[in-house]
Every structure is written in C-alpha cells, then in structure tokens.
Design a binder for this molecule. Sequence first.
Ligand code: BG6
Length: 479
Amino acid sequence: MNKTKSFPENFLWGGAIAANQYEGGYKEGGRGLGPVDFLPNKDEDRVHVMYNPHLAMSQTFDYYPSHKAIDGYHYFKEDIALFAEMGFKCLRLSISWPRIFPQGDEKEPNEAGLKFYDDLFDECLKYDIEPVVTLNHFDTPIYLYEKYDGWTNRSVIDFFTNYATVVFNRYKGKVKYWLTFNEINILQVLPFLGGSFDQNKFENPTQAKYQAAHHQLVASALATKIGREVDSNNMIGCMLAAGESYPNTCNPDDIWEAKMMDREGFFFIDVQVRGHYPSYSKRFFEEHNLTIHQEPEDADILKNTVDFIGFSYYSTKVVSGDEKVLSSAEKTDGNIFSSLENPYLPKSQWGWIIDPKGLRITMNTLYDRYQIPLFVVENGLGAVDKIEDNGDIIDDYRIDYLREHILAMDEAIKDGVDVLGYTTWGCIDIISAGTGQMSKRYGFIYVDVDDWGKGTFKRSKKKSFTWYKELIASNGDIM
Ligand code: BG6
C-alpha cells in the first residue's frame, strides 16, 4: 500500500459534471437552449457539426444527446446521495445560463431555473458537500448566437454580468467556490461551444476569436469583482484546458513550437492572474493583423484577478515545428488539441495519451508561473465499461488511471505546489462533450443509457466507487 501524507486536511476531494452533459430537461422549467442542444451524436458527425454551426442550426438530426442527457434534472437527489456515500467534500457542477436567462439578454431571471439550483445546492449542503460552480460551461444561450454573434459582440459582457450578479446574490452563503468560464482557451479551437459564434462567418476568424476572448476576459474580471462585492468569502477562479506541450525532438524549432502552443492557453491565464495582457501578445497581434477593440475602462477592469487556477488535465501533447514532420507524422486525439504520437506512453480507447507524470509537470509549470493555488477540476479516463453477468462492473483500468494521476498530484504537492482540491471528471457517467457518446464513460457510477438515449437510466456502483470512497476516507493515504 502506498502511503502519502501530503494532502492537507481540508483538501477538496470530489467529482465534476456540467449542466449540459448531466441535466437533460432541456425545455423544463422554462429553460432556453444552448449550443450543445443543437449537436447530434458521433454517428451523425458531431465533430464536423461543432466546427460548422450553420449545419447545427439548419439541419435536423435523429438524436440530440443533451436533451435528456442522464436526466439529472430529475435524478439529482439520488445522485448526490451516492456522491455523499463516497464521501465527496465537493461537487463541481455548472449553472446552465439558459435556465436562468432563457434568451440571455432579459433583465429579469427565470425563477424556476433559480429554484432548481437552490434545490440542488441545498441537497449538496445537506451532506456537507461544497458546491464548486462554473458560471459558463459551453452554455451561452443560443439566442445570443443568433442575435448577437455570441461573444464577438461586446453587449454579451453586460448580459453575462447581469446573470453573474443574479446567481452570486441568490446563492450567497450556499456557494463559495466559483469558476467563471470552463476551459476558456477552448474559444480558439471550438468557438461555437466556447463562445456561441460561427467563426466561418468572419473574414478574419482569428480576429473574431481574440475579440471574443477579450470580451470573455473582461466579463470574467467583472464577474470576479461582483462576486467579491457580494460576498468577500467567495473564492473565484479561472479554468484552463491544461496539459504541457512536449517538443517532438530537441530541435530548437520544436522547443519553440511547444512554447508557442502552451502560450495559446497561458494567454488567457496570464490576463486572469496578472491583470493585464502578456508582453508577447503585442507581437502576436501585430503579426496576425489583429486589432482588438478595447474600451478605456478595460485595463482597470482586468485588474480584478482570480483567487485560484482551476484546470482540466487529461493528457500532454507532442508538438513539432517541422513542416515535414507535421504533414507526415501520425497524430492522435486529445482533449480539444490533437498531438503527435508519444512513443513512450499508452493511449485510451479514444486515443488520448495517458501521462500521469504530465500532471505533475503541468502543475509545476502552472505554479512556477503564477504562484497562486491550483484546483484540479477535471481529470479522468473515458472508457467502455462491461457489465458482468452478475451486474458487477470491474473498472480496474479507471482505478489505475486515477491512482497514477493522484500519485502524480501528490508528488506535485511535495514539490511545493499549493492545491485546493481534485474533482474527477464525470464522477457519474454523462454525455461526452466531444463525441456525444454515453459509451465513453468516466464515472464511478454507471448509468444505464446508450448512445441513442435508450435505457432505464438506473444508476449502479462500479468497482471504482468503493475504491474512491476509501481513498477519500483516508485523505489520499490508501490508493
Ligand atoms: C473537457 C470539458 O474538455 O473535457 C468537459 O470541460 C468534457 O465538458 C471533458 O466532457 C472530457 O471530454 P469528452 O469529450 O470525453 O467528454
């Protein structure tokens, strides 16, 4: 048995889900729609549609996974009881913006939506589970896409801050930990999910993306300010899709390319932690012909910096600066970013590189760079689970993945990194964001639904359920 003692007493062990992948109930309680509600599943070419939102808006598909998801809208009490049984100290979830403001630009919120989250947070607090709440997890109301071109339009900042003000006030005393935008850097890759706009509509898509990024950074800083004014106990963080870029070789071109790749994400965190644009952005904007429109007050607004850095970690990536290698080498999938193959490491069934030590490396890099607490708010293995004849699900592969990553996190803490907590992604099986599949399962709890929404929705415990329960009970000592 490995004995590790580095996790602090108040370490926030738990799990993470997101409204659009968990709740379903897509029209219940007066909810409006979000981008994900227009996405089909993998078999109907979800990935292609995500990059071409005009298809999402103009075509009808046979099945929309988010509409029912795993029906958390009705099952949440049962699910939270199971999380409590595992001893969760926290549950990361998101508020669906279109549940609170169905269009996004209304002045007054939808009471039924607010009440739903009151009930949900109360249920968590009943078991002393601390909610960790993301304000925007791929959930900018679709009306804002249609009417305003989403985050490319500055007006969306006001709509977002109105929404943030409402939920900060409503849940004061119930929610202390907040994240502003989930994986804010996803905007550069999947602007429909991250920013509710179609980059194909713009003459210079990069310009549109960085303008939208500026608006989100201003909105995030304003939300941070408002959150603190409403309750000085609030802890407000940013959220990065993280994972170190490794150079393919020691060729300086590869080293530089890896640095550039990491900067794409750090760009956001540099602003959110330091309160101003990084020095390297000037040259980047010039060379890409980008003119980011800023209002005079923005520089001051951005000074409202975050308390901690939340991040997702699934894998590292391998990067090359050599055109020949890039055009000929094998590539593999990853969370948001694809990568060259890493011959030293295994991959998941979905081709994501499995690199526990990469978590330690990533955490050290983030902490060296920013020196504020980190929160690992997503980590986990998407895998196909098999149900044995007796109903058991022996997910040793998931246990192994999580154990190795938690051990790597332990090493990072021993390296001196300050970490608030760890929430495994998809602690109960939910819809995959990337593929829309249910068969890509991350949970400790199995949900009987297939890729086409068929099933009983019955919840059952996998082997990893007991393992994680014991791990939490021992504060990470028993792995
Ligand atoms: C992150 C997202 O990108 O990765 C989650 O924040 C997502 O919403 C997770 O579910 C895992 O990706 P996928 O595609 O396996 O669901």
